[in-house]
Design a protein around this ligand. Sequence first.
Ligand SMILES: Nc1ccn([C@@H]2O[C@H](COP(=O)(O)OP(=O)(O)OP(=O)(O)O)[C@@H](O)[C@H]2O)c(=O)n1
Ligand SMILES: C[C@](O)(CO)[C@H](O)COP(=O)(O)O
Length: 252
Amino acid sequence: MAEKTRPPARTAAVIPAAGLGTRLGPGTPKALRPLGGTPILVHAVRAMALARAVDLVVVVAPHDGVAEVRRLLDAHPLPAYDVTEVLVVPGGENRQESVGRGLAALPTDVDVVLVHDAARPLVPLDTVAAVIAAVRAGAAAVVPGMPLADTVKEVEPAAGSGGPETVTGTPERGRLRAVQTPQGFDRAVLDEAHRRIGLEGEGATDDAGMVERLGRPVLIVPGHEEAFKITRPLDLVLAEAVLARRRATDGF
Ligand SMILES: Nc1ccn([C@@H]2O[C@H](COP(=O)(O)OP(=O)(O)OP(=O)(O)O)[C@@H](O)[C@H]2O)c(=O)n1
Ligand SMILES: C[C@](O)(CO)[C@H](O)COP(=O)(O)O
């Protein structure tokens, strides 16, 4: 009897891009605002597609913005050498829900999933490649992490409105990491985290946190300072400067 050959498993990137960007200030949803004349989201999609190991990208668009995002992606096609397929689905009320919707759109042959914030458009290729390599080497969950420059305090919320918060502790800085994206996962583990932890309704600020709650180990690979998240207006100033330097030196 002829031996059946199994089709190769694929790597997908889910890009949550449905946020408003309230902290950046009023205007168009953050992912659709320009950076160097090109929408932030397009930079993020290109960063995933540049990692040749990514076969498929699912963009999670603002809920009423699917058609606009599709148009925008069509107007900024990926470079000819990238064969990555790009799907667009509508987002949810919060980041966790948006990622869940992206996961639900993945075909069954995807076995490794990256989750990458549209708001981190300048993540370097090496960071993406390191995350994929660590998951392909057998890790259930991998996040890029950076040591902290500031000392961090734990606080008790202020009693009443406007009063000062009280410091309740100072975690040892050397043991802390600021984590970035893309976060990489074995697809079955991330699906389970969203199915089980997502239902608990507690909310998670990142996907790895949900995997931790399942009791599964999460590994750290070195992050990169250019993988910062555009959150406040000053971050956009920094992103413009980083992009201008790249364009001047690398011709991007
Ligand atoms: N309902 C939401 C909220 C956030 N995100 C995405 O999650 C990523 C990280 O969120 P953040 O940087 O906080 O973006 P916003 O929610 O847009 O920012 P803000 O909190 O300032 O409104 C972003 O790429 C954002 O588009 C999403 O897909 N769906
Ligand atoms: C996922 C994340 O970027 C990791 O640092 C971060 O938690 C997202 O937080 P946000 O408040 O949704 O921007």
